[in-house]
Design a protein around this ligand. Sequence first.
Ligand code: NI
Length: 141
Amino acid sequence: MVRVTRNYQFSASHRLYLAHLSEEENQKLFGKCANPHGHGHNYTLAVTVEGPIDPRTGLAVNPFALDKLVHGHVLGRIDHSYLNEDVEELRGVPATTENLASFARQALAAAWPADFPALAHIGVRETKRNVIELPVIPQKV
Ligand code: NI
């Protein structure tokens, strides 16, 4: 069994705030990330799969097939978007990197082909200082 990670760059903007809190309370909770007009990041999404090496190809996953899946179900929906509004799953919840990683995990798990190696881990790097790691618990069928 091997683990293979592919990294994907995307850019998006967001604003961290809770609608029921005052400006002051939001600043206290989220700092400058609560600034009213939002701000952007150059994120990295890391998708890790785990499976056996195919003896014919020497690969554990077809990277192009994985790229197509990630682009189709995650990157195409978040790249150059305003996460708070443009991503349906993030409306009404804080557009944190934690919630963004959860969205990516959910979207990939729902579309995951049966003949792919297991989806093992999702990572989202927002800044050098802020990296969210999300293991994927195997789903019981
Ligand atoms: Ni931010």
